[in-house]
Design a protein around this ligand. Structure first.
Ligand code: ACO
Length: 325
C-alpha cells in the first residue's frame, strides 16, 4: 500500500519579536509570571507584508525547494487556519496566487490549533485515492490580529507564523501509519473567538464585542492534557507501537506546563518532545509544522524514525498522527 510521506518542509516567521519585557510595558504582567506559567519568552508579531497568506507562501516556497518541486507541480493546497486576512477568498487561494501554483485547487480548513493535523489527515485520504498527488499542507496564523491587547489573560500567550509540508505517496514501508481526530463542540465556550458582529439586525448576537480570543484558561489546560493523552494512546494502539519506540514527539506548542503534565501522564521522557514554545508562543495551527521544519532541518529525523504529532485546540478539536519518517 502506498502511504503518505513528507518530502519537504518549510517555515516562516514575522520579523518583529515581542519579548515578555515588551509586554510588561503594555499590560500588568511580568517576565517572571509569563515564563513560570507558560514557558514563553518571546513571540513573533506580523507587520505589513506579513499577512497570513504571505507567511504561508514564504513557508511553502522553502518546502517546495526541499521537495525539489515547482509550484505548478502541486495538485492541491490546504491551509489550516482561523486567521486568514480575508473571509473570502480562502487563504489557500491567496497562497496559490502568490506561488503561481496554477494546477492546484485550494481551500482552508478551520480546526483551530488542530488545523494542521486535520489538514494532514485529509491530505492522506486523497493520497490513498491517488498516490501520485503532490499536496501542500500548511498551518498559518496571525493570532496577533485577533487578540485583545488589553487582556493580559490571553495576549501574552500567542504569536504569529506559518509552517508547510509537501506530501505525496510512496510505496516504501514509510509514511503515515495511524491517525485519530476528535471534536467536542459542546465545550466550545471554554475557548472561542467571535466573528465580526453581524450586519443582519435579526442575526446580531448580544454580547458580541468583536473577534477576540476568549478563554477559560484552567479548563482549557485540563482538557488539553486529557485529550492529547487520549489521542496519543489511540494512535499507538492502532499502529501496535509502544511509547519507547517513538523517536520524536512534536506536540502543539501552547504551554510548557501542559506539555510537562502530558509527559507525566504518558511516562514519555521530556527529551523526546520537540519544544520551541519559548521562542514563538502559541502559533495555533502553525505550531506543529514550524516545529517539524525546525526538527527536520536540524537533522533530528532519520529515515524510518517514528514521529508522533499531537494537537488540541478550540472547538474543542484534538488528535494525533503517527508517521514513519
Ligand atoms: N500576568 C500576570 N498575571 C496574570 C496574567 C498575566 N499575563 N494573566 C492572568 N494573570 C493573573 C490572573 O488574573 C489571576 O489573578 P487573580 O488571582 O488576582 O485573579 C492570577 O494571575 C492567576 O490566574 P490563573 O488563571 O489561576 O493562572 P493559571 O495558573 O491557571 O495560568 C494560564 C493561566 C497560563 C492561562 C493557564 O491556565 C493555561 O496555560 N491555560 C491553558 C491555556 C492555553 O494554553 N490556551 C491556548 C489555546 S488552547 C491550546 O492551544 C492548547
Amino acid at each position: 500500500m502506498k502511504r503518505m510521506v513528507v518530502i519537504g518542509t518549510g517555515s516562516a516567521l514575522p520579523e518583529r519579536v515581542l519579548s515578555n519585557e515588551d509586554l510588561a510595558k503594555m499590560v500588568d504582567t511580568s517576565d517572571e509570571w509569563i515564563t513560570s506559567r507558560t514557558g514563553i519568552k518571546t513571540r513573533h508579531i506580523s507587520g505589513k507584508g506579513e499577512e497570513t497568506s504571505k507567511l504561508a507562501a514564504a513557508a511553502s516556497r522553502k518546502a517546495l525547494e526541499m521537495a525539489g518541486l515547482a509550484p505548478a507541480d502541486l495538485d492541491m493546497i490546504i491551509v489550516g487556519t482561523m486567521t486568514s486576512e480575508m473571509s473570502m477568498p480562502a487563504c489557500a487561494c491567496l497562497v496559490q496566487k502568490e506561488l503561481g501554483a496554477v494546477n492546484s485547487f485550494a481551500f482552508d480548513l478551520n480546526a483551530a490549533c488542530s488545523g494542521f493535523i486535520y489538514s494532514l489527515d485529509l491530505a492522506e485520504k486523497y493520497i490513498r485515492a491517488d498516490a501520485d498527488l503532490k499536496i501542500l499542507v500548511i498551518g498559518a496564523e496571525t493570532l496577533s490580529t485577533r487578540l485583545n491587547w488589553q487582556d493580559r489573560n490571553t495576549c501574552v500567550l500567542f504569536g504569529d507564523g506559518a509552517g508547510a509540508c509537501v506530501v505525496t505517496g510512496n510505496d516504501e514501508n514509510r509514511g503515515m501509519l495511524a491517525s485519530k481526530l476528535f471534536s467536542d463542540g459542546s465545550l466550545y465556550k471554554l475557548l472561542y473567538m467571535d466573528s465580526a458582529p453581524s450586519m443582519n439586525r435579526e442575526l446580531k448576537r448580544d454580547g458580541n464585542d468583536g473577534s477576540y480570543i476568549k478563554m477559560a484558561g484552567k479548563d482549557v489546560f485540563k482538557h488539553a492534557v486529557r485529550c492529547m493523552d487520549m489521542a496519543i494512546c489511540d494512535v499507538l494502539e492502532q499502529a501496535r507501537v509502544s511509547a519507547d519506540q517513538v523517536k520524536l514527539i512534536i506536540p502543539h506548542q501552547a504551554n510548557i506546563r501542559i506539555l510537562k503534565s502530558l509527559v507525566d501522564r504518558l511516562k514519555f521522557p521530556l527529551e523526546n518532545f520537540y519544544i520551541n514554545v519559548n521562542k514563538y508562543g502559541n502559533t495555533s495551527a502553525a505550531s506543529i509544522p514550524i516545529a517539524l521544519d525546525e526538527a527536520n532541518r536540524k537533522g533530528l529525523l532519520q529515515a524510518d524514525d517514528l514521529l508522533l504529532l499531537c494537537a488540541f485546540g478550540g472547538g474543542f478539536t484534538w488528535g494525533a498522527i503517527l508517521i514513519r519518517w
